[in-house]
Design a protein around this ligand. Structure first.
Ligand SMILES: C[S@@+](CC[C@H](N)C(=O)[O-])C[C@H]1O[C@@H](n2cnc3c(N)ncnc32)[C@H](O)[C@@H]1O
Length: 154
């Protein structure tokens, strides 16, 4: 699986445990992941917005799941933060279309705002089923939600 926006590394630790040593977890972040991780975790230090699918496909021919917890540094200007979050989320969707195997899944955090409706439409086209979730761990007043795409359409 792929984990975009993986620093400082909590999701990587959890994913590594769930996937187990016979699986593979690839983390991507422009910041360094400093924690110790098992051998079946690889970390790429890269900007998601310019990351090419080939860089992931050089590591494995396809992936079952792509997660994105990537988030911009917030500025306090809601539209600017939303726009940057949607840009990251769109990139994660493009990468999922390119590297997730048909039938595989995508989970993506995004800040809600004006562009969410068109982004939802784009995501719906890529998966058999699209679910939205606001986990309890996400603060009540936070604008973040998660999209879960199940069954990538080939
Ligand atoms: C909320 S944190 C992720 C936390 C992580 N899931 C964990 O469990 O530790 C968001 C991350 O997105 C990364 N990020 C934001 N924009 C990025 C970009 N354009 N390219 C790569 N990483 C980016 C940040 O560096 C930050 O580490």
């Amino acid at each position: 699986m792929v984990d975009l926006g993986s620093a400082p590394g909590s999701w990587l630790q959890y994913a590594a445990e769930r996937v187990g040593p016979r699986g593979l977890v690839v983390g991507v972040d422009r910041d360094e992941v400093r924690i110790a991780l098992p051998d079946h975790v690889r970390v790429l230090r890269a900007d998601i917005l310019s990351l090419r699918p080939e860089e992931l496909l050089a590591i494995a021919p396809s992936f079952d799941l792509l997660l994105s917890d990537a988030a911009p540094k917030t500025t306090g200007v809601p539209f600017a933060d939303h726009a940057r979050s949607v840009a990251l989320a769109r990139r994660s969707l493009e990468l999922a279309r390119a590297v997730v195997r048909p039938g595989g899944s995508w989970v993506c955090k995004v800040f809600q705002g004006e562009e969410i409706e068109s982004f939802r439409g784009e995501a719906r086209l890529a998966f058999d089923r699209l679910v939205e979730s606001k986990p309890k761990s996400s603060r009540e007043r936070s604008v973040e939600i998660f999209f879960v795409g199940i069954g990538r359409i080939a």
